[in-house]
Design a binder for this molecule. Structure first.
Ligand code: SOE
Length: 388
């Protein structure tokens, strides 16, 4: 018989919706023994909260997250609030013995991320951080190709994460979604919000980043703050570029900005090795480009004129996650990356394994983010001290 997995959702924004959708659809697609039950939705603004709870079907609402964390009828706390609120909720939830799924980045800095990691490790509760892009089938296929040794010795990793939604200086900081522009709520700008995704994917595919040197820029220096109504200094990095060294001897470049006119969610990476390369672009999400270096022989002649990039439409049942969905050639969307992540997490709970990235793993990404910001502030190369 299915076992209930009773969800306490803290937050109701973009991610609250994306995760709620995943809980609702889990059993439609995946054979897991648990059935999510949307028990409590929690946020500070009662009207918006009630509308969210009604739309997604939460049984009740709470305006104090502590009550959700302590509730006997909640098994899992989902943290979808601004980054500066992650730590207290996660630590109290771990102490209360709840499972925790936390939005990325894990925290505003390494010190908080370490405290959170210690708390979940002490209590032994299952935990996960929603780095959802690992669950894009084409990206998971890239991982499979790398693990199969088809890239060979890696030389270069190249990542970009570009958006354009903050170019207008009238966009305020603070409040719903725009807390991402408020240094106190977010901890950093594009580094924690966008490059954290790129770093997570990079270390998953290409191993630990050991050293970084970075340059950040804040193009709009002052913005109105929604909470105070005053024009206040902007503390976040609007753009960030960094060079990286990987433990495997390869080198990388990472670039992110919210000022790339025309780019909405342009998240790309390319890995070049001696035997091949992979390239992915989130604006073309179902495809993975793969170049395999082989010297084809036909008699005396090589057939180099036949070599070239292959675009693999990752929609066959043989491709990661795709046996759970439709027929070959059809696609899934952004929302399914959260569904795939949840399915892996629940399967991990059921078979006693930790679904990655857990807090410990996401702490390593946080270390790189902090090293990037420290490097930008000092102008020096910074060691990351990543432990994977
Ligand atoms: C920011 O615009 C944002 O919503 C990030 O917070 C998400 O993590 C990213 O996936 C899409 O962009």
């Amino acid at each position: 018989m299915a076992k209930e997995l009773r969800i306490g959702m803290i937050g109701y924004g973009f991610m609250g919706r994306a995760h709620s959708n995943a809980y609702k659809r889990l059993n439609d697609f995946f054979d897991v023994k648990h059935t999510p039950v949307l028990k409590v939705a929690c946020a500070r603004k009662p009207d918006e909260l009630q509308a969210f709870a009604d739309r997604w079907g939460y049984e009740r609402t709470e305006t104090d997250w502590r009550k959700v964390v302590e509730a006997d009828d909640v098994d899992l706390i989902d943290i979808c609030v601004p980054n500066n609120l992650h730590r207290d909720i996660a630590i109290r939830a771990a102490e209360a013995g709840k499972m925790i799924c936390c939005e990325k980045p894990l925290a505003v800095n390494v010190a908080e991320a370490e405290e959170m990691t210690r708390a979940v490790e002490k209590s032994g509760v299952p935990n996960m951080v929603w780095y959802n892009y690992r669950r894009v089938p084409a990206i998971a296929l890239a991982k499979q190709i790398v693990d199969e040794g088809r890239i060979g010795r890696p030389f270069h990793y190249r990542a970009t994460y570009l958006q354009d939604w903050t170019i207008n200086e009238k966009v305020p900081q603070g409040g719903a979604a725009l807390w991402r522009l408020d240094i106190n709520a977010a901890g950093s700008g594009v580094t924690g919000d966008l490059l954290a995704h790129s770093i997570d994917s990079a270390m998953w595919l290409n191993g630990p980043i050991t050293r970084v040197v970075a340059r950040t820029e804040t193009f709009v220096k002052e913005r109105e703050h929604i909470d105070t109504g005053k024009v206040e200094p902007v503390g976040i990095d609007d753009a960030c570029m960094f060079l990286a060294e990987f433990a495997n001897g390869s080198i990388g470049t990472f670039e992110s900005t919210r000022y790339a006119r025309g780019r909405k969610n342009y998240n790309t990476f390319e890995l070049n090795g001696v035997d091949g390369s992979v390239f992915f672009d989130l604006e073309d999400p179902e495809n993975l480009s793969f170049f395999e270096y082989t010297q084809q022989q036909s008699g005396e002649k090589t057939e180099d004129h036949l070599t070239g990039w292959r675009k693999i439409h990752a929609s066959n049942p043989e491709h990661p996650y795709m046996d759970k969905y439709w027929v070959p050639g059809t696609t899934i969307g952004y929302e399914h990356t959260f569904l795939n992540a949840l399915a892996d997490f629940v399967a991990g709970v059921e078979n006693g394994t930790s679904s990655q990235p857990d807090f410990h793993n996401a702490l390593q990404t946080q270390k790189v983010c902090d090293a990037v910001i420290d490097s930008a502030n000092t102008g020096n190369w910074m060691e990351t001290k990543v432990e994977i």
